[in-house]
Design a protein around this ligand. Sequence first.
Ligand SMILES: CC(C)(COP(=O)(O)OP(=O)(O)OC[C@H]1O[C@@H](n2cnc3c(N)ncnc32)[C@H](O)[C@@H]1OP(=O)(O)O)[C@@H](O)C(=O)NCCC(=O)NCCS
Length: 372
Amino acid sequence: MTVTRGLEGVVATTSSISSIIDDTLTYAGYDIDDLAVNASFEEVIYLLWHRKLPNAEQLAELKKELAENSALPQEVIEHFKLFPMQKVHPMAALRTAVSLLGIYDDEADLMDTESNYKKAIRLQAKMPAIVATFARVRKGLEPVAPKLDLSFAANFLYMLTGKEPEAIAVEAIDKALVLHADHELNASTFTARVCVATLSDVYSGVTAAIGALKGPLHGGANEAVMKMLTEIGTLENVEPYVREKLEKKEKIMGFGHRVYRLGDPRAKHLKEMSKKLTELTGEPHWYDMSVKIENIVTGEKKLPPNVDFFSASVYHSLGVDHDLMTPIFAVSRVSGWLAHILEQYENNRLIRPRAEYTGPGMQKYIPIEQRG
Ligand SMILES: CC(C)(COP(=O)(O)OP(=O)(O)OC[C@H]1O[C@@H](n2cnc3c(N)ncnc32)[C@H](O)[C@@H]1OP(=O)(O)O)[C@@H](O)C(=O)NCCC(=O)NCCS
């Protein structure tokens, strides 16, 4: 047996959804740089689910379906009210809420392609409402119902704040959603595929994926970056803070990647957005500190920033609570999870690797009274 720790370099499936080749990320053949500048998140959802960009009619139909399914069932809101709010992380709430949606969906266990596609729409549509509603309920605020004529990104901000968002905020969230939507066989997507490859249902697949995204080595890194920036506090503190961490061989959150070597192509778009937004909010130090950290880490360790690094200051500038940063990642990535879940069902085989055993040799059972 050859053990490949962390499955590094192992090709576990074929997929036509997204690719990372020579540090270039594409969604169904479209370069992320092209999509980041030109596409809306709704177009990207369609692209990931159908492997082609929608025409105007198809896009309008998708937007209509998403809007019509965007409200959260009252039962889920009632469950939120029972949560011990002081200690519930929004990612735990999101994981639980998606599982609850499965309980309240009569079609949860139907496995035909059409039912699964309809569940994909329902789940994608409700993700912003879950995050926004939980964020309000935990502050004692009333949930805000979605506005059906707003875009996906605008509706999320509207449900979160109760106010029609400014164009720049919508642009930033829309771009962030486009950039986070899919990423080949990343840890949470792999988790979703492993789960549904047992022929478990869509809700179970997404619930499992949220659990994987929550960790700080994956989606949880954006919140960890903001925590680090807050701890550092000033531009002068960057150098000693980062150097001490590197000397202690501690990881700097938001840097490094399993697949990219020269750099994560998504990072530059968020860097640009971070500069723009931090200037607008009159808090350019978040951007300046980030750039200083980047210079030290790339200089010392040759590790470029990943998608999570500049997204932290982007979300902070939009006034998003820091613990909502990873849930926003999930609002986007669910589009990729769902594409992969549907693809897995189309050509399924159980995913079951092996482990090399390193435990004790063969033992003989000893009755309890004879054990020391
Ligand atoms: C993304 C990540 C999990 C990839 O992990 P991986 O491919 O298993 O790489 P490893 O953790 O084995 O790291 C390889 C080497 O680079 C170093 N390294 C990797 N990421 C680092 C970071 N963010 N800061 C400092 N050193 C880092 C490791 O210490 C290790 O050094 P060593 O060989 O001297 O022991 C890892 O880079 C990381 O933990 N980054 C921080 C968390 C993060 O931003 N996650 C979001 C990813 S999009």
